[in-house]
Design a protein around this ligand. Structure first.
Ligand code: KIV
Length: 302
């Protein structure tokens, strides 16, 4: 059971930090829209991450580099409107923070003001400690991200496991320490050997959240579409699929296509009488409507 379901309250940064010592392990899942945000939040996930992975799984790009700050804010607002208990992390996209600590702070501030984020995540180790420090000093919590950092895809020569050699593993431990020292409240450890993730986890006093980093981290994160089995043609080793929604979507949509063609849908059961539809909802604007269920799309039952 996680913090949200047990105490039925909002997951905060101090609560997440405390999980390093007291457990249970932290659960994080990416989210990009209000519908999935509501479902994942109801399932009791601790963290919803508006990841720049949206460039690949939502926009169909080859990597995350083209994702913009405005796009993260747009998706962040949608996720924030539907999440009740989960902590909302916004991912700082490529070139929204690398230029300077000042640029990093300005971008992080925008993500909290306009993107629904409650904390921000940024990729990179020791060289970005000043950037993390500047953001934390302004009262914005920061999650680090080391190991396989997708924004460095070209420098890494592809999406490759990092830290396999001793000097690279030692550098990752130093990176984690530097980020903790700069004030980060947790660190995503991606694509590293399990024993290296264990070393990093032992070396620091803040929670590590693993992805493709084995079982020894203080938490785990997955991309929602991977967890739900919506990406049917890829089976990365580090992903466990907890459902096969990709198959379910294709099967359901095939049934819809067949029934519309055959005339089996719609029937009288799905039709309105002569009095016509009634309008049921007003637009909600940009204000978060934390726990309300939006009206169904389309006209209501009369
Ligand atoms: O962008 C993302 O979704 C991420 C997670 C997979 C850690 O960075």
């Amino acid at each position: 059971m996680n913090v949200a379901t047990k105490e039925h309250k909002k997951v905060t940064v101090p609560m997440l930090r405390a999980r390093k010592k007291g457990g249970p392990r932290i659960t994080a899942v990416t989210a990009y829209d209000a519908t999935l945000s509501r479902l994942l939040d109801e399932a009791g996930v601790d963290i919803l991450l508006v990841g720049d992975s949206l460039g690949m799984v939502v926009q169909g790009l080859a990597n995350t580099l083209p994702v913009t700050l405005d796009e993260i804010c747009y998706h962040g607002r949608a996720v924030a409107r539907a999440a009740r208990c989960a902590h909302l992390v916004g991912d700082m996209p490529f070139m929204s923070f690398q230029l300077s600590p000042q640029q990093a702070l300005a971008s992080a501030g925008k993500m909290l003001k306009e993107g629904g984020a409650e904390s921000v995540k940024l990729e990179g180790g020791e060289p970005f400690a000043p950037h993390v420090h500047a953001i934390v000093q302004a009262g914005i919590p920061v999650m680090g991200h080391i190991g396989l950092t997708p924004q460095s895809v070209h420098a890494m020569g592809g999406f490759r496991v990092q830290g396999k050699e001793e000097d690279a593993a030692a550098r990752l431990v130093a990176d984690a320490r530097a980020l903790e020292q700069a004030g980060a409240y947790s660190i995503v450890v991606e694509g590293v050997p399990a024993d290296v993730a264990a070393r990093i986890t032992e070396a620091i006093g803040i929670p590590t959240i693993g992805i493709g980093a084995g079982p020894h981290c203080d938490g785990q994160v997955l991309v929602c579409y991977d967890l739900l089995g919506m990406v049917r043609d890829l089976h990365p080793k580090f992903v466990k699929r907890y459902a096969e929604l990709g198959d379910a979507v294709v099967t359901a949509t095939r049934s819809f296509v067949d029934e519309v063609r055959s005339g089996a849908f719609p029937t009288a059961e799905h039709s309105f009488g002569a009095t016509g539809p009634r309008v049921v909802g007003e637009p909600t604007g940009t204000r978060p409507v934390v726990s309300s269920i939006p009206p169904p799309y389309g006209p209501a039952e009369d």
